[in-house]
Structure formats: C-alpha cells, structure tokens
Design a binder for this molecule. Structure first.
Ligand code: ATP
Length: 293
C-alpha cells in the first residue's frame, strides 16, 4: 500500500437543467438533470494511511462534524465494507465549497474519498462496485466519481455523459446562508418543466450560448425565491452585470450567471460581492474559447 495518495480536488457542480418529475413511494424524487462540474469552488480532500486503526477525519469547516455524520467519513466506512479493508486512514478536508449551497459539496467529498481510497489500495473496487458504493451514499455521489457533463435520471444516479466540448464562462454567487435540500424537495412543485431539455442538449453540443441561455431551467426556483426573495434581486443584478442568463444552482441558494467571457465573469463576481456585502461569495469559472452567441 502506498503511504499517501495525495490531494484530490473535489469540485462543485451546477445543474443547467433540473426538472423534478415526481415523488417516489420511498420519499425520493425522480429528477431529470444536466450536471456540469465547476472548476471552482472546489474542496481539497487528502487521504493517507494512518498510524492507528480507524478513520481520522479533519475538516476545515467548523460547522461540519468531523465524525460519522460527515459524508466523507461514511464514504470511508462504505469503502472499508465493500473492499474488505480494515479502516486505518487519515482524511483531511479543506472546505471551499459553501455548505448546503446546492453545489454538491458533501457528495463531492464523499466521491473523492472513494476514489482516493480505491487508488491507495490498488483499485480493489471495479467501476460497478465503486458506483454501487457511491449510490449507497447519496444521489449525487455517482456523478462526482468521474465529474463530466452528464444527463442524469432516476434520483440523479443514472448517468450518461453528454456532448459539451466547452463549459461556458460562469459566475457563481453564494449568498452566505444555507438552504436545506430536504426542505426544497418538500416544498417544490414537481412537473413544471417547459420541456426544453432536448434544445438545451443541442445547444451544449454546439457551444451555442443563446441556445443554452434560452433553455436552461431549474424547477426549484419558485420555492427558493419565495423563501429568499433576495435571490431574485441577485438574478436581476447578474443580468445588469451582463450575464445572458442566471439561475439557481441545484436546490439553491447559490446562483449562477452565464457570461460571454472570463473577464465578464470576474467582473460580475467582484460586483456581486461589492453590491451585496462580504457575506456573499462569488467565483468566476471559465475555460477559454469555443462558444458562439
Ligand atoms: P445536495 O447534494 O444535497 O444538494 P448541497 O450541495 O446543497 O447538497 P452539501 O454542502 O453537500 O449541500 O451539504 C448537505 C448536508 O450534508 C449538510 O446538512 C451538511 O451538514 C451535510 N454534510 C455532511 N458531510 C459533509 C461534507 N463533507 N461537506 C458538506 N456537507 C456535509
């Protein structure tokens, strides 16, 4: 066993399309969603062999438990069980993704732990076993095993990669307060989507910015904006900053704006913090080139 498998970036995600279809008998909701990984914000997850038995977790976010309640800890337990390896690991999480933000931070940390432990032990779990372990931890965890633009069905765990050669420049704005995913699912109205998924997928494949902006959709917006009206003000502000479209990330309360360039995303990120105050955090995410419109 190698002593240390190094740092893993645990990226956030955005849902460019999120339709809540129906509630299942087990309480989970069926969704149809387009996941895109974000270069920023991203947590850092470091996994290494420990000197003593057990799971030894440290987490830089004081509001998160550093015990079994942490999804990263549970990921290590699930790995131990699936791979039949006694836990003897150190896990250090440097949290940069805001918590309960709709950005999938906990799921991403859990997937990073599964990936890192599997690597550390010489890949005892094959792709299917790793996927099953991820599914048992949460609906978004499988996406983060191999984060790439994907269409997801079921509760978010049935994934197919999509054509999206370049991710557009985005500004990500977090208002500094949490929104519980459970609350959002409990109060949303399923089945409201405008049926624009095919058009969105075509726009992503063609790097067509206008098509992306016309067809992006998030079914949690009504309920999130009702609970926190400031979020609608932020959306308006992002349009004033030149964003071509702005929507909720996941179940919120983080928002994203679609920009024409990295410079515009950086400008909008600076302006948002200036306008709404230091509790707000903002990131400019951009890859160069590729988009028309
Ligand atoms: P979801 O993936 O459910 O949409 P989210 O992105 O809105 O979630 P997360 O930051 O993943 O929110 O946190 C969701 C819940 O998971 C919080 O209640 C938090 O306390 C718990 N949690 C457990 N472990 C972690 C972790 N490592 N990072 C973040 N949250 C964690």
């Amino acid at each position: 066993m190698e002593p240390d498998c190094g740092d893993d970036a645990a990226p956030a995600k955005v849902n460019l399309y999120l339709d809540i279809l129906a509630r299942r008998a087990d309480g989970y909701h069926e969704i149809e969603t387009v996941f895109v990984p974000l270069p920023e914000p991203a947590d850092r997850v470091r996994v290494s062999a420990a000197d003593a038995d057990g799971i030894h977790l440290t987490c830089s976010a004081p509001e998160l438990p550093a015990d079994r309640r942490n999804l990263a800890w549970r990921a290590a337990e699930v790995f131990a069980e699936s791979a039949k390896r006694p836990p003897r690991w150190r896990i250090a999480i440097e949290k940069r993704i805001p918590v309960s933000a709709g950005l999938g931070g906990g799921s991403s940390d859990a997937a990073a732990v599964l990936r890192a432990l599997n690597r550390l032990h010489g890949d005892p779990l094959d792709r299917e076993a790793l996927h099953a372990a991820a599914r048992s931890l949460g609906a978004d965890v499988p996406f983060f095993l191999d984060p790439r633009p994907s269409l997801a069905h079921g509760i978010g765990e049935i994934l197919s990669p999509i054509a999206c050669p370049v991710i557009p420049a985005l500004v990500i704005v977090n208002p500094g307060f949490p929104l519980s995913t459970r609350w959002a699912y409990g109060h949303c109205r399923p089945g409201q989507a405008p049926g624009r998924l095919e058009a969105l997928l075509a726009a992503l494949a063609a790097a067509d910015l206008d098509g992306l902006c016309a067809n992006a959709w998030n079914g949690f917006e009504d309920v999130a904006f009702w609970k926190f009206p400031v979020l609608e003000l932020v959306i308006e502000f992002l349009h004033v900053c030149g964003c071509r479209a702005a929507h909720l990330c996941g179940s919120g309360p983080t928002l994203y704006g679609v920009c024409v360039s990295k410079e515009q995303a950086e400008h909008a990120a600076r302006e948002a913090v200036e306008r709404f105050g230091p509790r707000f955090r903002a990131w400019a995410c951009a890859q160069t080139g590729g988009w028309q419109g």
